[in-house]
Design a protein around this ligand. Structure first.
Ligand SMILES: [Zn+2]
Length: 430
């Protein structure tokens, strides 16, 4: 059977090797469906029935839709889905290292918490954004015709690696080989050709990425294999749910202002001018309210009535490491969305918010799985608790189940994107 949601997820992943490409792809999908772009440095005029989106910093985007039933006398709360556009990985340093013999190499910094080993012996492309002096909006670039590589040390030179594990030093062992000798196809030359400016004038942020395209996997296509599933898979379902909720009939009857916000910088702690700890979401919500004729007091009254759906991928039970999971609270791929909870609120979910989440799932006809971490393992976190705290909005954390999180090539269930999209559509209705 055709799996439209997973087909489209695969297409989204393949156009999005970096957070800036993912944001540009999201913007393009929104514009193609008639959602207008607003600029933060211009006045906004929003009306009931309008939808709009805003990009900040190239990697963060918010889209919102005002239902036609919204009025100053009967304002509607915000139903917000938040996800993140960035993924852990390796980013190129500004200048190449000193050569070892006639190998050509380019040094990297580690972004977030990737599994280092997963970057070895892969055909790696280089993508990101480049700026000429004075430019505000950089140019997106993507080079993969001539992949580079981080070669693993041969087992003959590392005899104990299979028993004692692979230890990689980020400064010394992750430096990709980009060529040999004085060839004309240097990274400097590629960037100069793309921008028409001398390399010494350019500034850039460039990521390595696996050039093997996202694809179905498993003997029955039960899985999707790709880099960046954490968290482009949730960016994708949030966007698709938002676009589906824009059909005339749902837009009319919606009981909430529908908001999707996709943040950069989650993997490095969200503290930046456009990360989840910036004023971006608060500013967008308040400006939307003011533009619709509400005053600040009315906006503050809306916040506790609003709801935040923090969407980030969840750890599926690993069949080779069942002991790493709580025996009663582990998700499995293809069995539906995963509600994540933690007594110390590393995930935002509390019982009251979970009760509402279960209601939306029931209305969408979607099963819900539960995840809590083993009590003796440190729990991960998301943008959920921080946003919920900053805005005073009740929140849950949920996502789809996946394996190999933070690997250069992860995997998730192929049936889950459609189920999560259905649940998010129900949530956005209000
Ligand atoms: Zn994530």
């Amino acid at each position: 059977m055709k799996n439209i949601a997973a087909d489209d997820l695969i297409a989204f992943l393949n156009t999005s090797p970096t957070p800036w490409h993912a944001t540009a792809e999201a913007a393009q999908r929104l514009e193609a469906r008639g959602v207008n772009r607003l600029r933060e440095d211009e006045p906004w005029t929003l009306r009931p029935g309008h939808s709009a989106f805003i990009v900040r910093g190239g990697g963060t985007l918010a889209a919102l839709r005002i239902p036609s039933g919204f009025s100053v006398r009967k304002p509607l709360p915000f139903h917000i889905i938040a996800a993140h556009t960035d993924s852990p990985g390796l980013r190129l340093k500004p200048r190449p290292p000193r050569p070892v013999q006639d190998y050509r190499q380019w040094g990297v910094e580690v972004y977030g918490g990737p599994l280092y080993n997963s970057w070895l012996d892969r055909d790696l492309g280089i993508a990101g954004r480049v700026f000429r002096p004075g430019e505000r909006e950089g140019k997106l670039v993507r080079f993969e015709a001539n992949p580079v590589r981080i070669p693993q040390l041969a087992i003959h030179l590392d005899r104990t690696v299979n028993e004692q594990g692979l230890v990689l030093n980020a400064e010394r062992h992750l430096v990709p080989v980009t060529g040999q000798g004085g060839g004309s196809n240097s990274l400097e030359a590629l960037l100069e050709r793309e921008t028409g400016a001398p390399f010494s004038d350019l500034t850039f942020e460039l990521c390595l990425y696996d050039t093997q395209p996202a694809a179905y996997g498993g003997l029955d296509d039960a899985f999707v294999y790709s880099g960046r599933l954490d968290n482009l898979a949730m960016c994708h379902t949030a966007l698709e749910a938002f676009l589906a909720a824009g059909t005339a009939e749902t837009a009319e009857s919606a009981q909430a202002v529908q908001v999707v916000v996709l943040f950069d910088h989650e993997e490095i702690g969200s503290v930046s001018g456009h990360g989840a700890k910036s004023n971006f979401l608060a500013a967008v919500l308040e400006r939307a309210a003011l533009s619709l004729g509400l005053d600040r007091e009315a906006w503050l009254r809306l916040l506790p009535q609003s709801f935040l759906f923090s969407a980030d991928m969840a750890h599926a039970l690993h069949p080779n490491y069942v002991e790493k999971h709580d025996a009663q609270h582990f998700p499995i791929p293809n069995r539906g969305p995963v509600l994540k909870a933690n007594a110390n609120l590393r995930y935002a979910t509390d019982a009251a918010a979970a009760a509402r989440f279960h209601d939306w799932a029931r209305r969408a006809g979607v099963p819900v799985q539960n995840f809590i971490n083993r009590a003796d393992l440190a729990c991960g976190s998301t943008v959920g608790p921080g946003l919920s705290a900053d805005l005073g909005i009740p929140a849950i954390d949920a996502g789809n189940a996946m394996l190999s999180m933070h690997s250069a090539r992860e995997m998730c269930g192929a049936d889950d994107p459609a189920q999560m999209t259905a649940l998010m559509r129900e949530f956005l209705k209000g």
